[in-house]
Write a protein that binds this ligand. Structure first.
Ligand code: ADP
Ligand code: MG
Length: 322
């Protein structure tokens, strides 16, 4: 006998989604019409970002549906965090290989857990049949002139990073190698933390900011290009989690921390006389940060090991189509 819930028509799925959504006062019209109607607060810029997650490319095929839900929103909220924006709304476009309502329910468990935690309203989307792929668009607000852009880094700025980069890449290596797998590392891959409180607090403090999706050195290189400066990173200043230290030796760890993607930590630059202020922001937002280097004249990112030797790896970050 076939399960009557399998391959639910598109409209049943949309109804399942709509029933679980929490609205906000600034949503005039949410899911159900041809488009949503939204109120942007006076005196704020609308900030918009979009990211897609494809099965097997952006998450391992064995990732739980709830984790895929969390991650698909988290990577988008991370982009708003990296702009210093406060999130408000999102849309969700689902391409699903079957219309399995149980999968959609579990996906929503993770997606809505994160949405509710940050008061983000799901205000529309699209639901189609196809290979598993999730496209999310997020919308947020920032005061004019306060957004954290990639083109604001200045020579002699400190370079900072949040959290413990390398954990997500460590989990991916363990998953690929099929040996022992550390649950803490895996949770950093499956459920990244968008650093929204930190990003918002840095909005009128930091000079430039980016979130680490493709690897620290690769993403910092975007800031350098955008700002027409160079950067020097001290690898032994990169904070490493106990889990990463336990699982990988120093050489391997440095490579994961410098070039591994998927951490969604913030890398930002700020004037050196703001160190105390930034430490205070880190405490207030309960987000660990570390000073890892300095912006310098020139171009490109150079990394150095604990002995002061210049470090290089074959690649600086994940590249699609490479
Ligand atoms: P249309 O044909 O006008 O695009 P749809 O049937 O695609 O309408 O969608 C109907 C309503 O449901 C719209 O408001 C749309 O934004 C919403 N919707 C569709 N899929 C999703 C989804 N996956 N998540 C949230 N809202 C959705
Ligand atoms: Mg549609």
């Amino acid at each position: 006998m076939t399960d009557p819930h399998r391959n639910a028509p598109e409209f049943d799925l949309i109804d399942r989604i709509r029933r679980r959504v929490r609205s906000r006062d600034d949503v005039v019209l949410g899911i159900g019409d041809d488009a949503a109607l939204l109120k942007v607060p006076a005196g704020r810029l609308l900030v918009v970002a979009a990211d897609t997650l494809n099965a097997g490319v952006h998450f391992p095929e064995d990732t739980a549906a709830a984790d895929i839900g969390w991650k698909s929103l988290a990577v988008n909220l991370s982009d708003l965090a990296a702009m210093g924006a406060a999130p408000a709304w999102c849309t969700l476009s689902l391409s699903l290989p079957g219309g399995d309502p149980h999968w959609v329910d579990a996906f929503l468990d993770g997606f809505l857990e994160l949405a509710h935690a940050h008061d983000v309203a799901l205000i529309g989307g699209d639901t189609t049949l196809g290979p598993l792929s999730i496209s999310v668009t997020v919308h947020g607000f920032v005061a004019p002139g306060c957004a954290l852009r990639r083109d604001g880094a200045r020579i002699d700025d400190d370079i900072w990073v949040s959290g413990t980069p390398g954990d997500a890449a460590g989990a991916l290596v363990q998953w690929r190698e099929g040996g022992p797998r550390d649950a803490v590392l895996r949770s950093r891959l499956d459920r990244p933390t968008p650093r929204l409180a930190l990003g918002a607090a840095l909005a009128d403090v930091a000079n430039a900011c980016i979130d680490i999706s493709d690897g620290l050195l690769a993403d910092l290189a975007h800031v350098c290009r955008g700002s027409s400066v160079g950067a020097r990173v001290e690898l032994d200043r990169l904070p490493a989690s106990d889990a990463l230290r336990t699982a990988f030796d120093e050489t391997h760890r440095h490579a994961l921390q410098a070039t591994g993607g998927d951490d969604y930590e913030l890398c930002f630059t700020a004037a050196a006389d703001l160190r105390d202020q930034i430490e205070a922001i880190a405490r207030r937002t309960a987000t660990p940060v570390a000073r890892i280097g300095r912006i310098e004249a020139g171009e490109g990112v150079r990394a150095f090991d604990g002995q002061g030797a210049e470090w290089s790896s074959g690649r600086t970050g994940y590249q699609h189509f490479a």
